[in-house]
Design a protein. Structure first.
Length: 633
């Protein structure tokens, strides 16, 4: 329901924004919230009607004190006594305040529901956007945009319903009373005052919006730099660049400081201008009323009434300026959020897309062409098949397009031509959710949630029991390590899992893939960043996971794919060679060259390791020899 709602192109305008927000202020399928809106509106009207009576009680009390009050014959004298009128004046004010608070209480759940639903919609939309968008995003700035946008939504929802309507109603009632009781001159002066006040407020607020936008941009930039620096804490320390990072952050904060200072200064000028306009208008009305009193056509009570009505009118009039400023500033705050909501997902489910049901798990790439940028093609007519239950490895130099194949299989991007099929079904004809549910992924760089090991393993299947999680950890050869930890499976792994080593994180990734139990397995250079011993241990776990599953391996270290049923060698987006390990070595082509280079590098590493061990042993022997000779002596 929420996902179907669209954001108009004119999201920066007040009317466009209100049109987008209306479904959340009058939510479908929530009759309880609609009733609250109606009751809140009812109490709003009652509150304003009572508010209009407040100056009348002030006028009657004044006239009673000066002897100018002449009550009707049917009204008991006790009711028009000064003390009773003063009491009534305060009672009416309390009752009016009570209705206001009741209105706010009734509408609170409506406003918060709107905030929640829009926040939820934005969160879902962010996950629906393409990988390209998230690779280009700035996390700190994005989080701040959403944070300000949600707050801005609450401001708009609350002010449009709770303040704009009652303010307009109060203006109308005041104009009617002055017209009927005191004549058109009073109404004309008040109308001119209100018009000038509103015009000045709108112009000044529009001027301040550009300053507010600059302040928001500086705030977003500072937050982005702060988050980015903290996420790369270790890199900052490696290069001793704490001062540089602090200076970059401070430069952004200096721009924010300047914009924020100008924001508050301009607010002072706005408030002063509003005060001058209203003060002149009020002085004109009060002078006219005083002249009427001196002529005997008005009582002192009328003079007090006019003053009280104008003072009462100044509150919503000042609030109109406040409402306009807040709504305009809220619009500024949420315009970037609406821009995000307006970004179309690059990859979407087609009409009539059905769930993928994997029966065998055969994967086929048929003449696949793909480019991230039209000027730079990555895959140039790739065709291959991974038979059900078999393992196919893809190797090649950096930039050949290996990892792109894994992204295309998950449909993070759509190909330009050709087809990718699973069991004969084009992946563009099935739902993305069912496609990704059928594939297990062990990536090269495993990033964990800042939660417990239990949560990160269970992420493969959130409905899994603790016994199933423990079994998956055992199969991934990480159970013993976890149980040795003080908190066991409840151990926190830290930001991005940085409390664990590379091998430990890889085992967690393998465990959650085992728990997912997918029919298709994707290994994207899962051991390339590990040392030789850890690689062998992880490879043993991976061999166990991939048994009887259709497996596609993206490999950097050729030693990990010796047992593959077929090895495909990519070069510049095309298949250069294909075959089994022994056949490719015998062919003496690109694969054989890569194998020789890696073998030489491995032998050199092994020679260096042995030399270091011999040196350490020699040092130890030399240290012990004098002790032995001394004992012999």
């Amino acid at each position: 329901m929420l996902a179907s709602k669209t954001v108009s192109a004119d999201s920066g305008s007040t009317l466009g924004t209100l049109a987008n927000l209306w479904p959340y202020m009058w939510p479908e399928g929530r009759p309880d919230l609609k009733r609250r809106v109606l009751w809140a509106s009812f109490f709003l009207v009652i509150s304003k009607l009572i508010l209009v009576l407040v100056p009348y009680f002030f006028k009657w009390a004044t006239d009673a004190l000066t002897g100018d009050l002449t009550p009707a014959a049917w009204i008991p004298a006790v009711l028009v006594a000064p003390v009773m009128l003063v009491l009534a004046y305060n009672v009416v004010r309390i009752v009016q305040l009570g209705f206001n608070q009741l209105r706010d209480a009734l509408f609170a759940s409506v406003g918060q529901n709107a905030v929640r639903q829009l926040g939820y919609r934005t969160f879902v939309h962010m996950h629906n956007l393409s990988l390209r968008f998230h690779l280009e995003r700035r996390t700190g700035g994005l989080s701040r945009i959403i944070e300000r946008g949600v707050k801005g939504i609450e401001t708009i929802v609350r002010f449009t319903i709770l303040n704009t309507a009652p303010t307009v109603l109060e203006f109308a009632l005041t104009a009617i009373i002055f017209w009927v009781v005191y004549g058109w001159v009073y109404v004309a002066i008040i109308a001119v005052t209100v018009w000038l006040y509103t015009w000045f407020t709108v112009k000044a607020s529009d001027w301040r919006i550009s300053i507010r936008r600059e302040m928001n941009e500086s705030d977003t930039d500072a937050n982005t730099k702060a988050v980015d620096s903290l996420l790369n804490y270790e890199t900052v320390k490696y290069f001793s660049n704490e001062k540089m990072e602090a200076q970059r952050f401070d430069r952004s904060m200096a721009r924010y400081e300047d914009a924020a200072t100008r924001t508050w200064t301009s607010l002072g000028w706005l408030n002063f201008g509003q005060g001058v306009i209203f003060g002149v208008g009020m002085a004109a009305v009060m002078a006219l009323s005083a002249w009427e009193v001196s002529r005997g056509t008005h009582t002192i009570g009328d003079f007090v009434f006019v003053n009280a009505m104008l003072m009462q009118l100044s509150i919503p009039l000042n609030f109109i300026g406040f409402i306009y400023r807040e709504i305009r500033q809220a619009l500024t705050d949420i315009e970037q959020m609406f821009d995000l909501l307006g970004v179309k997902p690059e990859v979407t489910d087609g009409e009539g897309a059905h769930d993928l049901v994997v029966k065998e798990g055969t994967i086929s790439f048929d003449n696949v062409h793909f480019a991230y940028d039209p000027e730079r093609p990555i895959l140039k007519g790739i065709s291959f098949e991974v038979p059900a239950g078999k393992t196919v490895a893809i190797v090649g130099p950096s930039g050949a397009g290996k990892s792109t194949i894994s992204r295309l299989l998950f449909r993070f991007y759509d190909i330009q031509s050709g087809s990718i099929r699973i069991d004969g079904k084009d992946i563009r004809d099935v739902t993305q959710e069912s496609l990704r549910a059928s594939i297990g992924m062990v990536p090269q760089d495993t990033v964990l949630f800042n939660d417990t090991i239990l949560y990160n393993v269970r992420y493969g299947r959130m409905s899994a029991t603790e016994e199933e999680v423990t079994r998956a950890a055992e199969l991934a050869q990480i159970k013993d390590f976890i149980l040795r930890l003080p908190d066991g499976f409840r151990t926190m792994v830290g930001e991005r899992g940085l409390k664990l080593s590379g091998g430990e994180k890889q085992r967690v990734a393998i465990a959650r893939t085992i728990l997912k139990a997918p029919p298709i397995l994707m290994l994207d250079e899962a051991t390339s960043a590990l040392d030789t011993q850890t690689e062998q241990e992880i490879q043993a776990a991976l061999d166990l996971v991939s048994r009887d599953r259709t497996t596609l391996v993206i490999a950097h270290r050729l030693s990990t794919v010796i047992g593959a049923d077929e090895i495909i060698v990519l070069k510049e987006g095309e298949i250069a060679e294909r075959g089994r390990h022994a056949d490719l070595l015998a062919a003496g082509g690109l694969y054989a060259q890569m194998w020789d280079r890696q073998r030489e590098a491995t032998e050199a590493e092994e020679t260096l390791r042995r030399a270091r061990e011999e040196d350490e042993m020699g040092i130890l022997v030399r240290r012990r020899t004098p002790e032995v000779e001394e004992e012999k002596g």
